[in-house]
Ligand binder design. Structure first.
Ligand code: GDP
Ligand code: IMO
Ligand code: MG
Length: 421
């Protein structure tokens, strides 16, 4: 059976957690393939909101298997906290969750290095979540990482000390006060928690299950515009957030990929620094933030808000090979008299359909205006019953992207989801 991928097409926080949870009943396995605790995936049911950072968003379905793949970077302290606060007992979660031997570990000193690098950047800082993501992936690619499978080694503590020693040498170059011990206790408690779970070569598991006809959903973190290769570098995260990342992050062939679900908000948000052509620093942007409750799930920071950006969306669709579009937060747009959609850019005064390579260009969005709608749509469950203006908005996106919008989300709860045949 082919493996489907669900990933973000904008700057993260598109609603991946909600939708993965909502479509989990269609799958046997849900597998995270990249990112780490920088992610914050929210989902709601029975009036309770859960925010997941490392654990795949299928975890609340008792009969599903969840996998943390080799492409993910794991902070054991965050893992332990998440496991203990989730709701189901640890014994129950052990049955539902398997972790890759090859996933790299985020060490306490990676978090300190993250803070050191950011503090040195001054005005050009990335606005990192400071969870140690960049330094952990750097150690992975420079072949200096520690991996989950290593925690089972007898000499793990010595290995750990060697890594920390190297990091401490690097930190001498920075004028930063820190207390490593403060992080370490929770980190080693986390290692003990990790050891309770099944730690296996998940690439075999995923391939075997796919070959046996099991239905697998690969869950992305962050968004395409934060991809380390194709995002607005250097204002990006440190992993490949795109569909290709699912192959390297789970150990599967591109031949095994089925549908690629690209998820986007009816508008745009970005948390952290970096270019955002359609950003609204006015009342309209503030309304989007208030109505859409646009505050970071991981850091609580206010998210920057702006109109839907089609050049960026089309770029993401191209890079990922998106087969179906899922639009979230349609309900947030109710009440806006006019809805703008950016259809092209003027870069340094000239019309341009491409995403510029550098961040110095002055990008001016060219907008089309569509009529808004007044109705509260959060109770609507059929596409045909949505306001005409919203249907026109959806059709406009489909015409410009050439990809069908097969799902519209009208609220944060798993029930507030409209699937189109
Ligand atoms: P993720 O990182 O892509 O999983 O997204 P986040 O969970 O960080 O942010 C999405 C936010 O929007 C969360 O607070 C969700 O509960 C919420 N959300 C998701 N879909 C919808 C929707 O269709 N309408 C509204 N109003 N909120 C939504
Ligand atoms: P989910 O999975 C939104 C942003 C940070 C920062 C940049 C680099 O919830 O969509 P990092 O911590 O990786 O060093 O931060 O990327 N960022 C996210 N923004 N959603 C996320 O994840 C993000 N993960 C990282 O704000 O600008
Ligand atoms: Mg998020």
């Amino acid at each position: 059976m082919k493996i489907d991928i669900l990933l973000g097409l904008q700057w993260g926080d598109e609603g991946k957690g909600k939708i993965v949870d909502a479509i989990s009943p269609d799958y046997d396995i849900i597998a995270r393939f990249q990112g780490g605790p920088n992610a914050g995936h929210s989902l709601e049911f029975n009036n309770i909101k859960h925010v997941l950072h490392l654990i795949p968003s299928g975890i609340f379905h008792p009969d599903k298997l969840n996998i943390i793949g080799n492409g993910v970077v794991i902070d054991p302290a965050v893992f332990r906290k998440e496991i203990t606060e989730l709701g189901p007992t640890v014994d129950e979660l052990i049955k539902r969750l398997i972790i890759s031997t090859r996933a790299n570990l985020i060490l306490p000193s990676h978090r300190i290095l993250d803070a050191a690098y950011e503090s040195q950047k001054g005005l050009t800082k990335i606005g990192s979540t400071l969870k140690g993501i960049g330094p952990a992936y750097t150690d992975k690619t420079s072949r200096n990482g520690l991996r989950v499978g290593d925690i089972l080694r007898k000499d793990f503590r010595e290995l750990y000390d060697t890594h920390v020693k190297r990091h401490m040498t690097m930190l001498k170059n920075y004028d930063l006060k820190f207390d490593l011990n403060e992080y370490e206790k929770g980190w080693f408690d986390g290692i003990e928690m990790l050891k309770k779970f099944r730690i296996v070569n998940t690439e075999y598991l995923v391939n075997e299950h796919a070959n046996k006809g099991k239905r697998i959903l690969a869950e992305g973190a962050q968004g395409t515009m934060l991809d380390v290769d194709f995002g607005s570098y250097p204002f990006v995260t440190s992993s490949n957030t795109i569909s290709a990342g699912a192959c390297t992050g789970l150990g599967i062939s591109p031949k095994l990929i089925g549908d690629i679900f690209g998820i986007f908000k009816a508008y745009c948000t970005r948390v952290g620094s970096g270019p955002f052509p359609t950003e609204l620093c006015d009342e309209t942007g503030a309304s989007m933030r208030n109505i859409g409750r646009e505050f970071g799930s991981t850091t609580g920071r206010p998210r920057r808000c702006g109109w839907l950006d089609l050049p960026a969306l089309k770029y993401s669709i191209m890079i990922n090979g998106v087969t179906k579009l899922f639009m979230t937060k349609a309900d947030v747009m109710s009440g806006f008299k006019i809805i703008k959609i950016c259809t092209s850019y003027k870069v340094d005064g000239k019309e341009c359909l491409e995403i510029p390579f550098n961040n110095d260009s002055i990008i001016e969005p060219v907008y089309t205006e569509l009529p808004g709608w007044e109705e509260d749509i959060s109770g609507t469950r059929e596409f045909s019953k949505l306001p005409e203006s919203l249907k026109i908005f959806v059709e406009f996106i489909e015409n410009h992207t050439g990809v069908p919008v097969t799902m519209v989300s009208v609220g944060p709860d798993r029930e507030e989801t409209i699937f189109r045949a």
